[in-house]
Design a protein around this ligand. Structure first.
Ligand SMILES: [Zn+2]
Length: 466
């Protein structure tokens, strides 16, 4: 008489592993008492009853039943044996077809060759399922209630806070604030991830990959993005993607900064990728002939970078180095002036809430226009005219929202003893952002046959404090 033992544990947290060992011992003892030969012990671990993940142990056990290799399936209890209605039915069908008995250590022996056995099994199965559903209902209700009160409802420790979810963990909070500042200063998510990894503070998640299991997970672009977009950092409680209450914990950043970062990260036009091939004025300066942006590349001599018009290759190609040096001297000169601090003072503080609600309205209107077009109410031309103005205003609002970060970009420079030293220490992305805030740079063709740099071939127009 062959038996197969099946063990399952729903969560592999400390202490529960001991539970599976106890299940195993009890099941093996049952086999021994009855004189059943144990064909195999199948086990599924760390698999939630409500989850959708495969259970390789369960499948192997079912295959053994269907292969006619076993007469008994031994398990701790019915709810350890089955997980959902579908698996439950598969097991009952197989047990019935192959005349298998389910022997439960913590319950009856169900002989599926008899009608009584089948009836009892069905009833027990329904009860187990009912309990699973009830538990899940209770959990969902408890979570929703906690959310409405602004409380946390368990889970992993949030980055920036202690395990209680309320006390700020200052070292991590400082890193998060730095992340917001860097992003508004034009840094990429990737470079923020590098900063955070270098600081040695990890995401709190552990890796699953074979050979790295259990090691702390490194920050990546997407995980940094998730942290920066989390309303938790401004002291708001979100539930299923919606902010539902003021949170019970203190904020890490102010809402102006948060909204500005949100505008930057959720802007669909954000395709901005900083590559090492970029130079100071890439995408910042414009062509003096056509107004298109200028990009770097297309070297005529090895090792010498050029600026070119992105609109037409015929407009110009000129050495980038002297143009950069000329612009940098102007930037440092301006930021070293006694009144440089005034650059960070804005006369009008944008009302972020109003801007966001206006933007929301614009996006709804855009959707309505597209619907009207697809319904045949509008012509393509009408759609184009209708959306153009809205899109322009939408982009304007994005810029204003992102501008809330202006103080942070220039602040470090205008307060420096040695502006040049601070400038030299900035990343390329951040230098580009500073230039972009301060001035409009226009690049003209260098002039025929000239080998010297002529200042009049580069136009600098100060943007001034807003
Ligand atoms: Zn051009």
């Amino acid at each position: 008489m062959n038996a197969i033992v099946y063990l399952r544990i729903s969560q592999d947290r400390a202490g529960l592993q001991a539970g599976v060992e106890r299940q195993r011992e009890a099941c093996l003892r049952r086999c021994e008492e009855r004189g059943w030969a144990v064909l195999a012990v199948e086990q599924d671990n760390d698999v939630s009853a409500a989850g959708k993940r495969k259970r390789p142990g369960f499948e192997a056990m079912l295959a053994a039943v269907k292969g006619g290799r076993v007469r008994y399936v031994v398990a701790w209890s019915l709810d350890r044996l089955q997980r959902n209605r579908r698996d439950e039915l598969r097991l009952y069908e197989a047990a019935k077809d192959y005349g298998v008995t389910l022997a439960l250590v913590n319950g009856p022996e169900l002989d599926f060759t008899t009608a009584t056995g089948r009836l009892v099994a069905d009833q027990l199965g329904s009860l187990a399922r009912y309990e699973i559903e009830l538990k899940s209902d209770r959990q969902v209700a408890a979570q929703a209630q906690a959310a409405r009160k602004g409380l946390r409802s368990g889970g992993r420790r949030p980055f920036g806070y202690e395990q209680d979810g309320v006390t700020v963990r200052e070292a991590e909070a400082e890193l998060i604030r730095g992340g917001y500042r860097s992003l508004l200063a034009g840094e990429s998510l990737g470079s923020i991830a590098r900063d955070w990894n270098e600081a040695g503070l990890h995401s709190g998640q552990t890796r699953y990959a074979e050979g790295h299991k259990g090691e702390p997970s490194e920050w990546r672009r997407d995980s940094v993005r998730v942290v920066l977009l989390n309303p938790r950092n401004v002291g708001l409680r979100a539930y299923r993607g919606e902010v539902v209450a003021d949170a019970a914990w203190p904020p890490i950043v102010d809402s102006a900064t948060f909204e500005a970062v949100k505008a930057v990260l959720t802007n669909p036009a954000r395709t901005h990728r900083v590559t090492s091939a970029q130079r100071l004025l890439s995408g910042v300066a414009v062509c003096g002939l056509c107004g298109a942006t200028v990009h770097a590349g297309g070297t005529t001599r090895p090792g010498v970078a050029n600026y070119r018009c992105s609109g037409s290759t015929g407009h110009f190609a000129r050495m980038a180095e002297p143009v950069d040096a000329y612009v940098v001297e102007h930037v440092i000169g301006r930021l070293s002036m006694p009144d440089a601090r005034e650059l960070t003072v804005r006369d009008s503080h944008p009302d972020l809430a109003t801007l966001r609600s206006e933007q929301h309205g614009i996006r709804e209107r855009l959707e309505q226009l597209v619907t009207a077009f697809t319904d045949g109410v509008l012509t393509a031309e009408q759609l184009r005219v209708g959306t153009e103005r809205l899109r322009a205003r939408d982009a304007e609002i994005d810029a204003q929202l992102a501008d809330a970060g202006r103080v942070d970009v220039l602040g470090e420079l205008v307060n420096a003893e040695d502006v040049r030293a601070v400038w030299d220490g900035l990343s390329g992305a951040r230098q580009r952002r500073v230039v972009d805030i301060l001035m409009k740079v226009t690049i003209y063709p260098p002039g025929r046959g000239t080998r010297t740099f002529r200042p009049e071939s580069v136009g600098i127009e100060w943007k001034g404090a807003r």
